[in-house]
Ligand binder design. Structure first.
Ligand SMILES: C[S@@+](CC[C@H](N)C(=O)[O-])C[C@H]1O[C@@H](n2cnc3c(N)ncnc32)[C@H](O)[C@@H]1O
Length: 293
C-alpha cells in the first residue's frame, strides 16, 4: 500500500531528525523530490493536488535512500548531484562535496569576470584545487567568454571534474590533473585574469567535523599542514606568478584565517587584500589585486 505524500514527508523528517541529521526537513524534501524526478518547488505544487504522487516503486526507492541518510551518508552522494548556484554537479566517493558557503566566493568571482568581458576577448580563469569544478564551472557557465583551466591533484576527484566540465563548459575548459605548482605547464606567467581557489585549510585533529564530512570527504580535500595555512600560502604565491597586472585572486579560508591570508597576500605584493564575510558574519574568503610588474 502506498502512503500519502504528507505521511511520507512527516515520517521521513522524523526518521532523519532521530538520526541526528542537521537539516531533516530540507533533506526530506530533497529526497522526496529526487525519487519523483522533479525539483522541490514542482513537488510542493503537485503534492497539493495529488496526495498519491509517490508510487510504490518510488516509495521503495525512498525507503532505501532514507536508510542510507540515517546512516549519515551525505545527501548528495545518495542523490548523486550537488547543487551549486544554478549548476547540478555530479559528486560521489572521492570528491569533496561543494558547500553553500563557497557560493559567495563564486558570486564575486563571476561579477569580476563579467566586467572583464567587454573587450570581446576571452577571460582567462584558473581554479586551483578544483575538486568537482564548482567554482570555475559556475564562472564558465555564467560568463560566456571564460576560458577555464581547472587544476586538481586527485584522480578520483578528476573523474567528477571531467564529467561536470563536459556538461557545463565543454568547449571552454581544460583540466590539469596535477599539483597546483604544475599550473605553469598550461598558462604563462602574468597571463591570467582571475584565480579562484577553495584549498584544503582545516587543521587535522583540531577543527570539529560533522559525521558526513569525516566519513565521506577525502582527507586531502580537508586538511593542510602549517595550522591550515600551507596550501593557502602556496595558492597565494602561484597566483602572484600567473596573474596579469590588475588580475584578481579569490581564496576561501578558515574563519580564523582572514588576517593570515591578508598578510600572505600583502607580503606577496598584492594590492588591496580584503576579506569578505559569510551570512553569519564570519571571515570566509579573501580577495586581492595583482600589482603592476
Ligand atoms: C576543499 S576541496 C575544494 C574543491 C572545490 N574547489 C570546491 O570548492 O568544492 C580541495 C580540493 O583540493 C585538492 N587538492 C589538495 N591539495 C592539492 C594540490 N596540492 N594540488 C592540486 N589539488 C589539490 C583536493 O583533492 C580537493 O579536491
Amino acid at each position: 500500500m502506498t502512503e500519502s505524500f504528507s505521511v511520507l514527508l512527516d515520517q521521513t523528517i522524523g526518521r532523519l531528525r532521530a538520526a541526528g541529521v542537521a537539516s531533516p526537513e530540507a533533506d526530506a524534501w530533497s529526497l522526496l523530490a529526487a525519487v519523483t524526478g522533479v525539483n522541490r518547488g514542482e513537488l510542493q505544487a503537485k503534492a497539493l493536488i495529488r496526495p498519491d504522487i509517490i508510487d510504490a516503486a518510488q516509495q521503495a526507492q525512498l525507503e532505501q535512500w532514507v536508510t542510507r541518510r540515517e546512516s549519515r551518508e551525505p545527501l548528495w552522494h545518495i542523490t548523486g548531484v550537488a547543487p551549486f548556484l544554478e549548476l547540478e554537479l555530479e559528486v560521489g566517493p572521492g570528491v569533496f562535496t561543494p558547500r553553500p558557503e563557497t557560493e559567495l566566493l563564486a558570486h564575486q568571482a563571476i561579477a569580476e569576470a563579467e566586467v572583464m568581458v567587454p573587450t570581446g576577448s576571452e577571460v582567462s580563469v584558473v581554479d586551483l584545487c578544483a575538486g568537482s569544478g564548482a567554482i570555475g564551472l559556475a564562472i564558465a557557465h555564467r560568463v560566456a567568454h571564460t576560458r577555464l583551466l581547472a587544476v586538481e591533484s586527485s584522480l578520483d576527484a578528476a573523474h567528477y571534474l571531467r564529467h561536470n566540465a563536459s556538461r557545463y563548459a565543454p568547449e571552454r575548459s581544460d583540466i590539469l590533473v596535477a599539483d597546483i605548482a604544475d599550473v605553469s605547464q598550461r598558462v604563462a606567467d602574468h597571463s591570467v585574469d582571475v584565480v579562484v581557489s577553495n584549498p584544503p585549510y582545516l587543521v587535522e585533529g583540531v577543527d570539529p567535523l560533522d559525521v558526513e564530512t569525516t566519513q565521506c570527504d577525502p582527507p586531502e580535500a580537508l586538511f593542510s599542514p602549517g595550522e591550515g595555512l600551507d596550501v593557502i600560502r602556496r595558492v597565494v604565491d602561484i597566483s602572484r606568478r600567473i596573474l596579469r597586472p590588475g588580475g584578481v585572486v579569490f581564496i576561501e579560508h578558515g574563519i580564523e584565517h582572514g588576517e593570515a591570508t591578508r598578510q600572505a597576500l600583502g607580503d606577496a605584493g598584492f594590492r588591496h587584500p580584503q576579506t569578505e564575510l559569510d551570512l553569519l558574519g564570519r571571515e570566509r574568503f579573501s580577495r586581492a589585486v595583482a600589482p603592476e610588474q
